[in-house]
Design a protein around this ligand. Structure first.
Ligand code: NDP
Ligand code: OXD
Length: 313
């Protein structure tokens, strides 16, 4: 019985290996990212991966499941030629959810209160207080009401915001207005002053934030993208910011990461950039969740968050 660990993250390898060994003491552990390790590919039953090299998983002839070490499985589906009969499991971890709630809440409050302008005033320096609406009068909209979007919506509702969400199927979340399906996207956007994107990147959601959809947001709206860079058409966002239709954007994810140094987002005064840190996977808690699924699978049941490959999430 063996597990494979392979990621493109260069740091924290020891912490990951310790966490996996601690969680799965009865499994032999191979670090596929270490060129000096001779991996017994036929012994691998479970693979724990983040952006695995193309072809690597194909070498595991007895693979029972692949656990993605993040919530978004777009990279694995696109690049790893994973055998179709092997379940791919996405990460749902209360610690990941906690981090996302913090990030989204922080930036929604920041944009809602317009705190960004005071940094500029300080540089002048200028003492200039601004009024702000109550949260109940601020309409926040969340694209994607899954594990992360749903949790963020609940928290924002608790803070008093007027929250709506858009998903494929209708949702019942206390205090959150549900919009569902392509037919209701425009109505959802029309009422959204602060938009948070927490959709998975799939063929149907790629490029969803473009000139047409951004223009359906009200004048002065602001956008927070914490999902994937591929959800946004960068040039369209830059135009919408330049025309003042949008007042600002907070971006954590990009088409190419790290964001190339010559990308116009860096110098755009209306764009705030964070380096894909909205919520980082915690090795210990993630391994705790993965063990629960491996135990279920060893008992003949299926893992809890198996990706539906037909829809891509
Ligand atoms: P989930 O799979 O739990 O939720 C996805 C949501 O999106 C669901 O509500 C789903 O609808 C909705 N959705 C999917 N496709 C469509 C569509 N075509 N139209 C309308 N709604 C759609 O994902 P998570 O909440 O766990 O994660 C979301 C994303 O967040 C990840 O895929 C990842 O890219 C990103 N992420 C980013 C991080 C960061 O640090 N920046 C950290 C972690 C995740 P329904 O409920 O009806 O199925
Ligand atoms: C994730 C991410 O998908 O970190 O979990 O982006």
């Amino acid at each position: 019985m063996a597990v494979l660990f392979t990621t493109r993250w260069k740091k924290d390898t020891k912490r990951w290996l310790d966490a996996i060994e601690g969680a799965l003491p009865n499994f032999q552990l191979f670090n596929g990212a270490d060129d000096d390790v001779v991996v017994d590919w036929d012994a691998i039953e479970y693979a724990l991966v983040w952006q695995p090299p193309p072809g690597m998983l194909h070498q595991c002839s007895n693979l029972k499941a692949v656990f993605n070490l993040g919530a978004g499985v777009d990279y694995v589906l696109e690049h790893s030629d994973l055998p179709t009969d092997v379940p791919l499991v996405r990460l749902v971890d209360p610690c990941l959810t906690e981090g996302m709630i913090e990030y989204v809440t922080h930036w929604v409050l920041h944009l809602h209160r317009g705190f960004g302008r005071y940094r500029g005033y300080q540089d002048e320096p200028k003492w200039r207080p601004h009024w702000y609406p109550r949260p109940k009068d601020r309409r926040v909209g969340i694209l994607g009401l899954g594990a992360l979007g749903g949790a963020a919506a609940r928290q924002l509702h608790t803070l008093g915001f007027d929250v709506a969400g858009w998903s494929r199927s209708n949702k019942t979340i206390d205090g959150v207005t549900s919009f569902a399906g392509d037919d209701q996207l425009e109505a959802f956007l029309n009422r959204t002053e602060i938009l948070v994107c927490l959709l998975p990147l799939t063929p149907t959601t790629a490029g969803i934030l473009n000139t047409k959809t951004l223009s359906q947001l009200p004048e002065g709206a602001q956008v927070i993208n914490v999902a994937r860079g591929g959800h946004i058409v960068d040039d369209d966002l830059i135009k919408a910011l330049g025309s003042d239709h949008l007042a600002g954007a907070v971006l954590d994810v990009f088409h190419e990461e790290p964001l190339p140094l010559d990308h116009p987002f860096w110098k755009n005064p209306k764009v705030t950039i964070t380096p894909h840190v909205a919520s980082l996977t915690n090795p210990e808690t993630a391994c705790g969740e993965i063990v629960k699924d491996i135990e279920l699978m060893q008992a003949g049941q299926s893992a809890r968050y198996v990706v539906d490959r037909a829809v891509g999430y």
